[in-house]
Ligand binder design. Structure first.
Ligand code: ADP
Ligand code: MG
Length: 227
């Protein structure tokens, strides 16, 4: 078995003015694994996720994806990598309000140059898989929060990414809907082989993740490997 990490960060630091959001965080993600990132509010979880995903450039540290140093890439190359290899789910779905749900899910494929018809057919398959195909023609303003997060999960998975970054994807949902979204997200990523970095407060996180790490004061303090 090849155990070389797909994504590996060492010594990531990031300050916002006087605030050290990250101070020397180390993190490694293997292909296909689901890692839960826990920790108190303000500890640096979102900053870690944004650095890992190449959205925020760290002040210091190294970041390698698939054996390549991605801190050295140009902004254009990093956004291209994000579009082809990464999927994102945020706390509030951040769906485009002017587009229908099927158009929202098809968007990553359209941005990668796929034709509308093929892109929307695949988007519809993902909506069905996430049990929200009835939202296809509706706009995000016309559906519930739980449906919106499932549409967002469909959008994150539609382009067959190798890594999904999810930042408190169920933070705005009640526990029943939160659990459904979490299960659908982790099941779908296991089916497709996508690795997941999942920032979450959910107490039942162990049920969905292979491994948990804890962020405290800007560094990754502990990690446990599940059996
Ligand atoms: N864009 C930003 N501008 C200024 N301070 C920020 C910014 N993003 C995060 N911070 C600060 O960095 C620290 C870590 O924040 P964050 O990574 O969002 O933590 P978490 O996601 O664990 O709640 C906090 O003190 C936060 O206020
Ligand atoms: Mg956060």
């Amino acid at each position: 078995m090849n155990t070389a990490p797909l994504l590996e960060a060492t010594g990531l630091s990031k300050a916002y003015g006087p605030t050290a959001a990250l101070s020397g965080a180390d993190f490694a993600l293997r292909a296909g694994e689901v890692v839960a990132v826990m920790g108190p509010s303000g500890s640096g979880k979102s900053t870690l996720l944004h650095c890992l995903a190449g959205i925020v450039r760290p002040d210091a540290g190294t970041l390698a994806y698939d054996g390549r140093d991605i801190t050295a890439l140009s902004d254009t190359a990093r956004s291209a990598l994000r579009r082809t290899d990464f999927g994102f789910v945020f706390q509030f779905g951040q769906l485009v309000p002017e587009l229908s749900c099927v158009e929202n899910v098809a968007l990553p494929l359209r941005l990668n140059g796929e034709k509308r018809k093929a892109a929307e057919a695949r988007a519809l398959e993902w909506l069905a898989r996430l049990e929200v195909d009835d939202t296809a023609a509706k706009r995000p303003g016309e559906i519930s929060g739980g449906q919106g997060q499932r549409v967002a999960v469909a959008r994150a998975l539609v382009s067959s990414p190798r890594v999904i970054f999810a930042d408190e994807p169920t933070g705005a949902l009640d526990s029943l809907n939160g659990e459904r979204v979490m299960r659908l997200l982790t099941d779908a990523s296991r089916d497709t082989g996508a690795a997941v970095v999942l920032v979450t407060h959910e107490a039942r996180v162990a049920a969905w993740s292979d491994r948990e790490v804890v962020v405290r004061d800007g560094s990754v303090r502990s990690s446990e490997w599940a059996a």
